[in-house]
Design a binder for this molecule. Structure first.
Ligand SMILES: [Fe+2]
Ligand SMILES: [Fe+2]
Length: 388
């Protein structure tokens, strides 16, 4: 008789934690194989975040292909509608005669086992293996005894190392442009990148609509102008046009808030202000705008920072930050003295254009007797250093 462990799940996406669990079950129970069976339509899940069954299955296939004791089965994703464990087990028993199946579950599922409608029916088709998920062994063993007395279930127990990897944390990393290397097999990572999975698609229309309703006519036109200029610069400097456009459209999203609302937001978002910030309310819209963009439109860190630093800058700005910073200064309707030159310069040497812009800002602040933000000085100095 061949013994097979069953790993079911959404696998959205499959990760190394799943593979470690499967391997531990295989080794500790001396099982012959593990079947990985992605569910078709996962119950009780936010379907927005679940990629197609096809993609999830392909990632599982890629993840297991180097291990001949692991196998990906598409029996659940092929079945239309919601799938029930009992149906899957019946199908497996029909296809694989003389196999003994071990259904692998976590402690959370074990605790819910008594709520499963056909638990005694299910038990005809498989045994259970519970893997320890960061819970103490004694509770699990007690619960296993309880089920044994209640239903006569024999449940195996497999201790696994505590692995803090979850599919949702991987999706979050991808959304925030963080690496998922070593969290998933290389082939899965490549697949996710190639198919651009789990990246949110920020709806541009929605954002434009939002600023239309939250900015006055002039400020709205300015934002669109900045986005036009920023896209041209993104093209020139070879950075993500979509991100630059989103950051540009949203950069002044908080510009029309009154002081009272601004102070409320500063408190709500927990924004730290230095002395200059506190005395220069015209700066605050950039910080608040970044948080509003993140909260309302889930923008990533690149876009967040471009908005956050668009007024005062900072040293070592990213190219996206530089583009938004300078596009704000040189958009087509800006007509201060010397704008033509900076506009031209921005496409030849963006750092020089930013230095010039800092110079004129600093001169202006001095003339008016206003405070100079330390970030602007640091930005200017860092660019001058680089030019040496
Ligand atoms: Fe601004
Ligand atoms: Fe602006």
């Amino acid at each position: 008789m061949i013994s097979v462990g069953i790993m079911g799940g959404t696998f959205n996406p499959i990760h190394n934690g799943h593979l470690i669990i499967a391997n531990e079950v295989l080794n500790q129970l001396n099982i012959d194989k593990i079947f990985f069976i992605p569910v078709g339509i996962p119950p009780h899940k936010n379907l927005d975040e679940v990629v197609s069954a096809d993609d999830r299955f392909k990632m599982v296939e890629l993840a297991v292909k180097k291990n001949n004791k692991f196998e990906a089965l598409d029996i659940e994703i092929k079945r239309p509608g919601f799938t029930y464990t009992i149906d899957t087990l019946k199908t497996l028993n029909e296809i694989y005669k003389n196999y003994k199946f071990y259904f692998i579950i976590g402690f959370d599922t074990l605790k819910e086992l008594h709520t499963w409608k056909q638990i005694e029916e299910i038990y005809k088709y498989c045994s259970f293996v519970v893997v320890n998920r960061n819970s103490d062994k004694k509770n699990i063993v007690d619960l296993i005894k309880h089920y044994n007395n209640l239903y006569g279930l024999q449940i195996e127990y497999v201790n696994i190392p505590n692995i803090e990897i979850s599919s949702s944390s991987i999706r979050d990393k991808i959304k925030n442009n963080r690496s998922i290397k070593y969290y998933v097999p290389d082939a899965v990572e490549e697949y996710i990148i190639a198919k651009n999975l789990y990246r949110k698609n920020i709806e541009k229309e929605e954002i434009i609509n939002y600023i239309k309703h939250n900015l006055d006519e002039k400020r709205y036109r300015h934002s669109i102008n900045v986005s036009k200029m920023a896209i041209k610069l993104a093209q020139k400097y070879n950075v993500d046009k979509e991100k630059v456009e989103i950051a540009a459209i949203l950069h002044d999203v908080a510009k029309n808030l009154n002081l009272e609302d601004m102070l409320r937001y500063i408190k709500e978002f927990g924004i730290n202000l230095n002395e200059v910030d506190i005395k220069s309310p015209q700066i605050l819209h950039s910080y608040i705008g970044a948080y509003i963009a993140r909260e309302k439109f889930k923008v990533d860190d690149d876009v967040f920072n471009a908005i956050y630093y668009h007024t005062v800058g900072r040293k070592d700005m990213s190219m996206i930050e530089k583009i938004i910073f300078i596009a704000d200064v040189i958009e087509e309707e800006r007509n201060f003295e010397g704008v033509e030159e900076i506009r031209k310069q921005a496409f030849e040497d963006i750092d020089l254009a930013i230095i010039k812009s800092c110079d004129s800002t600093i001169k202006y602040l001095i003339e008016k007797g206003l405070l100079i933000h330390p970030n602007t000085i640091e930005l200017r100095n860092s660019l001058l250093d680089m030019g040496e």
